[in-house]
Design a binder for this molecule. Sequence first.
Ligand code: LMR
Length: 350
Amino acid sequence: MKSLLTCLSLMVLGIGTALFIGFHDRFSTEEPYYDDEQEGLKDQIVFKFSHVVAENTPKGRAANKFADLVYQKSGGTIKVEVFPNGSLYSDNEEINALQNGDVQFIAPSTSKLGSLSPEWGVLDLPYAFTNYKAVQEGLNGKIGTRLFASLEKHHLKGLAYWTNGFKQLTSNKGPIFTPDDLKGQALRIMPSSVIEDQYRLLGAHPRQDSFNSTFQLLESNLVDGEENTISNIYSKKFYNVQDYLTISNHGYLGYAVMTDEHFWNSQTEKTRTILTEAMRETTEWNEASAEKMNKDQLEEIKKNSSIHIHVLSKAEKNTWMKRLDPIYGQYEQVIGRGLVQDLLSLRREP
Ligand code: LMR
């Protein structure tokens, strides 16, 4: 009996030792363990693209398209990882993250660039653009060139302008027909003094806050309303916590796709060509699809909610424009007379 037990103990010990040696060899070799797929990734360059909106928006889709195109064009050797919904950096953090090299691409809304240069405020002027054609003329022309030049002193490089569309108003306090209807209302706005002063002019109480805190602010009644494009109102379900939506098209919301100059200059010519080409194709696609995306999502809001929608008539729009007009005078010096005049010349075109 005693020798049987000794025999069994030796067997258990032997099996245990063999398992330990196998386990040790498998996981503690000098070289890290790679499977076939991981072997392939050793030569892959990975860049990060951070943004704050949902994927089902003009910016979200454009960022994903850019990543797909870069992957295809580089034969899988360059991968752009996209982080939507502020999952990596909030809108307050992303410019610093870019300058620190923690992320390689961002696409903040142009309203958030006033801290870099007051010239960006030109795009926040009320009714800055009256249609998508004017947006493209302005940004692909003198205005866009001037604004990208203003990034150089911050060692940032503008790669493209992506469009979202025109801002609308939502509120819980009552329908918004006239500028006076905003009197006394607390509104979440982007960090822009031009936007802030528009609402102050109308007797509202603007509150600058991040995009990703907007739903919470609305839901908990910390603000009465906000202004945004349909795609942002739809994808973040603001319509579920707001009773009134006014199609006012009173302001423009678009993006400056940017990278860091040091990062850009340190890339090979081949990588820069792939990135530039992918960005050009993405931008063309974005320009062709943003308007329809906003239009379709307005139909979805109508189908999925009971929010009351008012579309400003031409006469009502004229009233809003006249009321907000003093902002142009107030900001002409700050933004620069040339830029404001360039903008106004587009507005006068038929
Ligand atoms: C906002 O803060 O409301 C927008 O800028 C969000 C975005 O990036 O479209």
